[in-house]
Design a protein around this ligand. Structure first.
Ligand code: MN
Length: 256
């Protein structure tokens, strides 16, 4: 297959390099990724500034193109301008830090994959549950096997696979669970500081504690030591509320 590989930790991150080395064994891979870290930018796109593209070498060989934009910008620019033919699959990762539950909304990693599906290309987002230099190899190998499965089976329209991998040696991963998106969320905290001119400022920080949740959720699978795969799409409609909403917007006149 022809693959477009991107991330949100930036083109110089370790996770994208390890993933590139695995995927290029089976596929033709083009890397187009942000020049600097773009974690938690969500699905933002750049309209007020020009986008510049720079070739990047790693290990003395051409690695890919760096873009001074967001992950979604990278996918758009790659598919519309940089690639001669459309990719068969967009892969985004390997992100440093889990993208489960509500965090999917903030995630640049997931948004890059979502952008692939917006443009009609199937996509995989892959993250590892650690923010401190984990071994990316097990996650990269899993992404490679999953890419093969997507090649064989395809994905439904506008659907991507959001994959989260425990940060443990391959032998300690308990297995794979197909999950739904849970309610795990980033628990924020603000550090109040004072700058040298005596003005107060705040620095947002926090973490994503994995909770034991009911049912087969992404976060609980990850907490239990499993790789989670969640099929997601960007339709935000609450279908169950369509009819009740119609009822109270257009109340029916009772007959007689
Ligand atoms: Mn990130």
């Amino acid at each position: 297959m022809r693959l477009l590989l991107t991330n949100d930790d930036g083109i110089y991150a370790k996770g994208i390099e390890v993933l590139y080395e695995q995927l290029r064994r089976d596929h033709e891979v083009l890397v187009v990724a942000p020049e600097t870290e773009q974690s938690a930018v969500g699905h933002a796109i750049t309209l007020m500034d020009p986008l510049r593209v720079k070739p990047v070498n790693r290990n003395r060989a051409f690695f890919g193109y760096a873009v001074n934009g967001t992950p979604a910008d990278c996918v758009k620019l790659a598919i519309k301008e940089l690639m001669e033919e459309r990719p068969d699959l967009v892969v985004s990762g390997i992100n440093l830090g889990a993208n489960v539950g509500i965090n999917v909304i903030y995630s640049g990693t997931v948004s890059a994959a979502t952008e692939g599906t917006v443009l009609g290309v199937p996509a995989i987002a892959i993250s590892i549950n650690s923010i401190r230099s984990p071994d990316f190899e097990p996650a990269a190998m899993f992404a490679r096997s999953l890419a093969r499965k997507v090649a064989a089976n395809g994905l439904p329209l506008r659907t991507l696979l959001n994959v989260n991998v425990p940060a443990v040696p391959a032998g300690e991963i308990k297995g794979v669970r197909v999950t739904r998106q849970g309610v795990t969320r980033f628990v924020e905290r603000f550090e109040r500081r004072v700058d040298p001119r005596d003005s107060v400022y705040y620095w947002q920080c926090g973490s994503t504690p994995l909770l034991e949740e009911d049912g087969d959720t992404d976060g609980s699978a990850l907490a239990a030591g499993y790789i989670s795969i969640t099929p997601i799409h960007y339709d935000l409609t609450n279908y169950a509320f369509l009819e009740p909403l119609r009822e109270w917007v257009f109340p029916r006149v009772k007959s007689r």
